[in-house]
Design a protein around this ligand. Sequence first.
Ligand code: C2E
Ligand code: CA
Ligand code: CA
Ligand code: CA
Length: 276
Amino acid sequence: GKNNYQFYTAQLTSNAIQKMEIETDLRRAVSESLEEFIVFYQPQIELDSGKIAGAEALVRWQISPERRIPPDHFIPAAENTGLIIPLGKQILRQSCLDFLCWHQKGLGLSRISVNVSMIQLLRSPFLEDVLQVLAETKMPAHCLELEVTESALMKENEQVASVLKQLQDLGIQIAIDDFGTGYSSLGRLQNLPIDRLKIDRSFMPKNAQSISDQALITSVISLANNLNLEVIAEGVETEYQAELLTKNHCQLAQGYLYSPPIPSHEFVKWVEQYNQ
Ligand code: C2E
Ligand code: CA
Ligand code: CA
Ligand code: CA
């Protein structure tokens, strides 16, 4: 009816305005100094040994002391505007610097995982950017893992496949993020340069009663293992889930069961306590 129509236009307009506002603000924050973007870290645990293998870098936008915007709310705008290119490079730089600082403190992690957007892979001279950051920070390539979403990889793009191959040849590890949500064909999986599959959190069975969910996740793990890929499960929140994963030979786990993403200085304390 008439009222509904008015409601929708008002809603649409306010969404469009919101989108414009966020883009304008992003442009400001990126051009100013990028200092409002902070990187949080979440540990990745080796299930058989219990050791901390690494951490995933997850960006937050601290727009003011009281206002922190989660990545889901601004990464899409950063991608639409191309601002993800300078922002992504800064996140990579900060992640390498923090990792090296942890290394100096004797934390002994194997690697840091950084999320990479499809836009970065397609539009920036991504390989050059990565090489430049590694050289500038003196970060060893084998300590860096890049997480690329499955949906990005499924766009059968030769350029992307070739960039990933060159990164891997440098010693950088490649993980497929959100695996299971993008309908990859097995043939394609085998032809891509991949070290690790990261199973999407929607595949994590809630409890022992969800039998069909269990079948799903255990078959994804054995599929990956048969392709000689390591598996990391994300969104691990309970002991039950960790045990199910361990029993089924999943190598790595990440989730609130261990720790939420936290700032670098807290992460150092967390690791030191965990190792005690
Ligand atoms: P993602 O890469 O799939 O990251 C995992 C998300 O799950 C993170 O949300 C993390 O905080 C959350 N999480 C971790 N453990 C648990 C758990 O046990 N339970 C539940 N329910 N959630 C858990 P976050 O940090 O809000 O990031 C959301 C998404 O934003 C990321 O999804 C990623 O796609 C994107 N993102 C974050 N940082 C970056 C970045 O630096 N660059 C790019 N391109 N994208 C990023
Ligand atoms: Ca990720
Ligand atoms: Ca994910
Ligand atoms: Ca996700």
